[in-house]
Each structure stands twice: as C-alpha cells, then as structure tokens.
Design a protein around this ligand. Sequence first.
Ligand code: SF4
Length: 323
Amino acid sequence: MALKASDFRTDVHNDWCPGCGDFGILSAVQMALADLARPRNEIAIVSGIGCSGKSFQYINTYGVHTLHGRLLPFATGVKLANPDLEVIAVGGDGDGLGIGAGHFVNSGRRNLDIAYLFFNNSVYGLTKGQAAPTLKLGMKPKSLPKPNINESINPIALALSSGYTFVGRSYSYDMKHLKEMILKAINHKGFAFLDIHQPCPTYNDLNTKEWYAANDLVDKSGSPTSRLYNLDNSNFDGVVKDGNDSDEITEKMTNAFALSMNTDERLPLGVFYQNEHVPSYEERLSSRVPSYRSSPPGRQLISDSNGVPVANVSALFDELVMS
Ligand code: SF4
C-alpha cells in the first residue's frame, strides 16, 4: 500500500512557536518520505540538540535524539552498523557549525551515504536566540543586545571544501522545492548537505518570511528581482557528469563556491554541486572488508540463546593491525 505524508506524522505534541519555519521543513520531510516509498522501519532520523532536534519526535520512523553537535557521529555509527537503513541527519546551524564544526568537516571527507538536513535560521532558538555561526557580522536580531561581533561561516562553502558530494540549498516555505531537494539529497550516493533557510519569528526579526519573500531587489543589470530564485530556471549546472574529468570537477566546484558568496543579497535555491563519482565510505570499506556489505554489524547476532556474545568483528579489527 502506498504511503502518504500523513503516515509519517506522530501524535507527539509539537511545541515549536507559531510561524516557525521548522513546520515547513517537517511537512516537506514527511512528503518526501511518502514519495521515497520505503517502509518506515528502514528509515532512521538522527537529531541534534535545538528546536530542529525535536523533529525526529514528529516523524513516524525510527529516530534518535543525540547530543549537542554530535548528530553526525551518531548518524555515521547508525549507517555503518546497518548500511541498508536510510539515514537522515537533522540539525541546526548552531549545532552543526558551532560545537559540531569538527564533525561537520570530517563527515564531508568520509562521504557516507547520508542526507544531512541543516536548519539555518542564524540563531540558537532553543536557548533564547544567541548569535549562531551563520549570523553575519554586524547583524542585530532582536534577541541580541548589540550587533554580532563575529564573522559568519558560509555553510555551502564549508561543505564544498569539506568534501560533501552533494551540496544544495532550499527554503522552508517553498515546500514543493524543498521536498524535491530532500529527495535529491536522500537519493544521492554519498554525503548530501542541504542548507535549508528558515525564519525564526521569535528571535530573528531580520530574516523574516517577508525578507525571504522580497521581490523588490535590483540585480546587477538594474532590473527588479526577488530574494529567492531557483537555479533550475538559470543556466547554472552543478552536476558533475564525468568523474574522470578533473577540468569539469574544478569548474563545477569553482562555480559553486562563487555562487555561495551571495554578494548581491539574493539566495539561489537548488543544487550547487553534485558528484556521485566519488566512492562512498561504505564502498571503500567493502573493498577492504569484503563481507561488510553482506554481513554488517547491524545484521550480526550479538549473543546466542544463552546470552553468550557471538559477534565476530575480527575482520574489522584486522584492518587496524599495523604490519
Ligand atoms: Fe522556531 Fe525560533 Fe521558536 Fe525555535 S525559537 S521553535 S526556531 S521560532
């Protein structure tokens, strides 16, 4: 029987603030999972800490609420233990680029087959709106007594330089686009990073729904334009066609970096860069441990009927022996 978005809802009380962009992301995830058409028990949502970290409670799949900044190591462990699971990491910009920045970088270079949905509202909403790493220098949302004194991190540029093989952006209230981007991220072979912009109406009165909806900007040629625009309607193409063509890879990577700089206050939505020709971590591991894919840790018996441990991970430990 086909699954519907409503099959991925739960009865857990939702305490997000009215108007929070998280609602749009939640609905888009549920719609994407319905389209994905995988049984719910084959999906695991791994959440960090923050308002976004509550998401897993509202999605009717397996889920785990982890520690602040540690969602990516948890997601890595879940995926390595059972590579047949669809693992989706869900966390905020404070979680991912503050305390979790080291994991953010190292997850990119490993390139496990995981989708990372990055809730980007530039504040730490759960703890009263302190400046998060994506808040630009000099900005002063109503939650701050003085303008932000730190430079911001560009999450798209950091993801590109860290090795994520899918890097994209969407917006919480463009649910049609967001659903499609979530599906692309999930279906991508390798670590997919999706930067999802979302209003936090309670603490960020700068990047509001109206700010995102602005259509009275002026582009470089002096023509009126909108804040958000869809890369599918431009001639930008970030998808690498030939993994052996280093010129193509360099060109696509360079173009994606330039696009992420966002110098004209517009926000392109879509795929900045995608390269499925890079081996995933699971593929690299399988080449060293041939039994990994057919008998991953999650499919091995932990103990026999008498409770005696039977798991055999010697092949994995053999990898660590120095010759
Ligand atoms: Fe959403 Fe901000 Fe409220 Fe958190 S504090 S639930 S991010 S509106």
